[in-house]
Design a protein around this ligand. Structure first.
Ligand code: C2E
Ligand code: CA
Ligand code: CA
Ligand code: CA
Length: 281
């Protein structure tokens, strides 16, 4: 029995190593994937709730691994951040999104591009601020700053505050708006909203999910909308899936909506078809 006990104990210890191995394995695959270009971008429309016009799209990365199939960014972006691989990957995302935006503009379609930027990308390992990387990329693809936004999360605002603030100010100076993503899920120190150059708030999907059946979340959404109005910050609702949610948000004067109700994230060709077909006559 004692022996079994020991065996039992040993059974659990390596399990942590299994997790670490899986992680290292993913890290190795990720390195290879960056080199071999196993990524592509999808774009999800964001609609102006008053006019019904699609004003922008959010670029979302997809990793098609030859063996494992599609791997969720929720699982590999954190590893890319920890390992620093987000740097080359982030630059690839930026250039691909701007190249695609240039193509879309060439079709005579007015559209803005929202790009997710990780905390780690703010200042790269060479000490270069993301504003410099962005400025170069805009010039390369002939894109105006006003047609691009970046989306950041609160975590970016927490560490290294003075440096990050300087960097965000430089981005804003370029004319690129900064959206605060996943609002309501993090630390939500409200002072960030006025201290940082934030132009738009994206309210997290988790709040929208509960519109139908959670009265306290409904109260929270109302409060967030009122606060945003008072601060003159437009609001995007994320993860709008039902007409009920849309109607609720519209009644509360929410500015923009994004979610499966309007469209799932789609490849560029599909996006173009979608935009052509929803163009006003
Ligand atoms: P996020 O920035 O909050 O992106 C929104 C996520 O919600 C996307 O998941 C999108 O597909 C999903 N979504 C949108 N509408 C709906 C809906 O109506 N219902 C449901 N169930 N989901 C909806 P995705 O593409 O899997 O991305 C997950 C997260 O991975 C993103 O969350 C973001 O944090 C990160 N990520 C994705 N692409 C990039 C990227 O290019 N760069 C960086 N740094 N992070 C990225
Ligand atoms: Ca986002
Ligand atoms: Ca989000
Ligand atoms: Ca999210």
């Amino acid at each position: 029995a004692k022996r079994n006990g020991r065996a039992h104990y040993q059974y659990y210890a390596p399990e942590m190593n299994v997790e670490m191995l899986a992680r290292m394995h993913l890290e190795q695959r990720l390195r290879k994937a960056v080199k071999q270009g196993e990524f592509h971008l999808e774009y999800q429309p964001i609609v102006d709730m008053r006019s019904g016009v699609i004003t922008s799209v959010e670029a979302l990365i997809r990793w098609q691994d030859p063996d494992y199939g599609l791997i969720s960014p929720e699982s590999f972006i954190p590893i890319a951040e920890e390992t620093g691989l987000i740097e080359p990957l982030g630059e690839w995302i930026l250039h691909q999104a701007l190249a695609d935006l240039a193509d879309i503009h060439a079709q005579g379609i007015a559209l803005c591009m929202a790009i997710n930027v990780s905390a780690r990308q703010c200042m790269n390992s060479k000490g270069i601020c993301f504003s410099e990387v962005l400025k170069q990329a805009l010039a390369t693809h002939g894109i105006e700053a006003k047609d691009v936004h970046i989306e950041i999360t609160e975590s970016l605002l927490i560490e290294d505050k003075p440096l990050r603030l300087e960097c965000l100010d430089a981005i804003k100076q370029l004319g690129v708006d900064i959206y605060l993503d996943d609002f309501g899920t993090g630390y939500s120190a409200l002072s960030y909203l006025t201290q940082c150059p934030i132009s738009v708030i994206k309210i997290d999907k988790s709040f929208i999910d509960n519109i139908a059946d959670n009265p306290s979340d409904v109260k929270l959404i109302r409060a967030i909308l009122m606060m945003a109005k008072n601060l003159e910050l437009p609001l995007v609702a994320e993860g709008v899936e039902t007409l009920e949610q849309w109607n609720f948000l519209q009644a509360l004067n929410c500015d923009y909506a994004q979610g499966y109700l309007i469209s799932r994230p789609v490849a560029k060709q599909q996006l173009l078809a979608f935009l052509q077909q929803s163009k006003p006559l």
